[in-house]
Design a protein around this ligand. Structure first.
Ligand code: G6P
Length: 593
């Protein structure tokens, strides 16, 4: 993970680097730092967030610099382990996103050669290797240093007094931002939205040298032209727009996200065609993903199995890498909002080695997954800044409905009514949001507990998993998601007055069974918060708290119910005073194993 930036141009680098870094904090935020060349290199770094570092900095004059915001892999978060890392002479500094597998050997070799390495990081070896190979040619020395590295090493290097930056991309993202007599490097386009909408996405193996008015990219020793792209995301998309947190803004954007994602598909025709077998039918399916995207995939399983009547297997990408099986020639869907999750990318590699065709679902144009999959279906969620995924998950659900509908084995009348309802989902989600105050009241009560169960059944079982994940990650309340019927097979031992249960009560064939489960739970005195559809009176007098959602076809119930569990987590976290957008130890884009 980690976010890296570089700037070279006619303006002072310091404020630009800090601003870009603040936009990249979703990638890691345990420490940060910058290095600016003003004749000599001025390097400032510390543990904590960019805002805190900013307050401690002097006025730095230079117009070329690099910056980093860290999610620790090698070595605890500390000032000494924070990037940039320098060589012995202080002439070279590097920022790095990735992990260098052979850093131990390199470190020992460098130490034997007289280099003094001061941090516990893998990154520091890069600066020393550049120093070792430098004999007047800065880009050449970087290239030679890179030849020694094994692993993931997207990095930017700066040299004191040089009016150019050198960067390399290897297995984690890097873009070049093109300005007017100024150029940028950044881990992703969100960092650059304040400055430019013109970008070049670098490819693996690219080494780029930028000056204020030139860009040179080489790959495998030869110069190469990479296409320039225009970013469609706006500056406002990446701002809080009056909301206290990005998370709340992003939850509230979901009606628009559903509309945008759907309208994108409607205008582009049927993205689902790719999934059809030769006879125009959908075969069995394998879905791979991690975290919240995995939960969207699980909902997808229920959607496809119910509508299309074919078996669907959903696996965690990180498990699939080691023990998964896919049939040669089959098709698989990989869901990753960031398009950069290493586990998902490794799963794709394995799928392709097996001869599978891979369809990716992602939110990020130009992300690595778009270049590794055979086909990409884009979500139109806009930039998601908060570390916890909400609106991208919603867009994933919509994409999965859209994928399944053309193959639905239902009569045309039912199909029409499902499509009509799909289009009405923004209105239904808005109704849930309009009921936010009631959800917030329940959340404030949940905030006082240390353990919470979420239960659901059928298509809402993954919503229970997602509710528990959201609550854990942003409020730090220990939560577990369970299929309602499973709770009695062990977890019942934990029920009681101090362990509330959030129950998703859907109006489908699971209704009676979940009501029974809730009665059993109440008999063990756990407080119950029931999420029920309008008009469902079964919880009155049984549940301690009730949140009502608008009625929708049961197939779409995860959409409205998910919004409730998102809001519950948000308001519980707020009540507990948690750093909602940037939970401890997490990062949005996980580019390490
Ligand atoms: C991280 C994030 C999660 C996300 C998961 C998968 O763990 O914190 O919010 O669900 O990665 O991310 P992806 O980009 O592959 O969907």
């Amino acid at each position: 993970m980690c976010g890296i930036v570089g700037y070279i141009g006619k303006k002072r680098a310091q404020p630009i680097l800090l601003n870009c870094l603040s936009k990249l904090e979703y990638r890691g935020y345990d420490s940060c730092g910058i290095a600016v060349s003003n004749g000599s290199l001025q390097v400032y770094k510390d543990i904590g967030r960019v805002k805190a570092l900013e307050k401690t900095l002097p006025f730095i004059k230079g117009m070329v610099g690099i910056g980093h915001t860290r999610w620790a892999t090698h070595g605890e978060p500390s000032k000494i382990n924070a990037h940039p890392h320098c060589d012995c002479t202080g002439r070279f500094a590097v920022v790095h996103n990735g992990t260098i597998n052979n850093y131990h050997e390199l470190r020992e070799k460098l130490t034997a050669e007289g280099h003094t390495l001061v941090s516990q990081t893998d990154t520091e070896v890069i600066a020393h290797l550049i120093e070792k190979y430098y004999s007047g040619d800065f880009p050449g020395a970087v290239e030679m240093a890179l030849h020694e590295l094994e692993g993931v090493y997207t990095m930017i290097a700066i040299m004191a007094g040089e009016h150019r930056l050198v960067a390399a991309r290897k297995d984690s993202p890097l873009v070049i931002g093109i300005g007017d007599r100024e150029n940028y490097f950044a881990s992703d386009v969100t960092a650059l939205l304040d400055y430019t909408s013109r970008v070049i996405y670098l490819e693996d193996g690219d080494i780029a040298v930028i000056t204020a008015d030139s860009i040179n990219i080489r790959n495998n020793g030869a110069g190469i032209d990479r296409e320039e792209h225009k970013i469609s995301w706006s500056v406002e998309d990446a701002q809080k727009s009056g909301y206290e947190h990005f998370l709340l803004k992003e939850i509230h954007e979901q009606p628009k996200v559903i509309r945008d994602t759907l309208s994108g598909y409607i205008s582009a025709g049927e993205p689902a065609a790719e999934l059809a077998g030769d006879g125009g039918s959908m075969d069995d399916m394998l879905i791979l993903a991690c975290g919240t995207s995995y939960h969207a995939g699980l909902v997808g399983k229920y959607i496809i199995e119910k509508l299309v009547d074919v078996p669907v297997r959903v696996e965690m990408a990180d498990e699939f890498i080691y023990s998964g099986q896919a049939a040669a020639g089959s098709r698989a869907v990989v869901i990753t909002q960031s398009g950069e999750t290493l586990d998902a990318l490794k799963a794709i590699k394995k799928l392709k080695e097996t001869g599978c065709r891979v369809i990716a679902i992602t939110n990020v144009v130009g992300s690595t997954v778009t270049r590794t999959a055979d086909r990409t279906i884009y979500l139109r969620a806009g930039p998601e800044i908060s570390v916890a995924a909400t609106k991208t998950y919603m867009a994933q659900l919509i994409a999965l409905y859209w994928l399944a509908l053309p193959y639905a084995k239902v009569d045309i009348k039912k199909l029409d009514s499902l499509v009509t309802e799909l289009r009405q989902l923004p209105v239904k989600v808005q109704q849930v949001l309009d009921n936010e105050a009631a959800v917030a009241d329940c959340a404030r009560q949940l905030a006082g507990y240390e353990n919470v169960f979420f239960i659901g059944k059928g298509i809402n079982y993954p919503v229970a998993l997602e509710g528990a994940l959201k609550l854990k990650e942003i409020s730090y309340i220990h939560a577990e998601g369970y299929a309602a019927g499973e709770l009695k097979h062990g977890p019942f031992a934990l029920l009681g007055e101090k362990t509330p249960v959030v129950a998703i009560v859907a109006q489908d064939n699971t209704h009676e069974a979940i009501v029974t489960s809730i009665k059993e739970i109440k008999a063990r005195r756990s407080p119950v918060l029931a999420i029920v559809s309008e008009g469902d009176e079964t919880m009155t007098g049984l549940a301690d708290m009730i949140v009502t959602v608008p009625r929708v076809d049961p197939l779409f119930s995860p959409v409205v119910n998910s919004v409730v569990v998102q809001l519950l987590s948000y308001f519980a976290a707020k009540e507990r005073g948690c750093p909602i957008d940037f939970p401890r130890n997490l990062a949005k884009s996980v580019t390490v194993e």
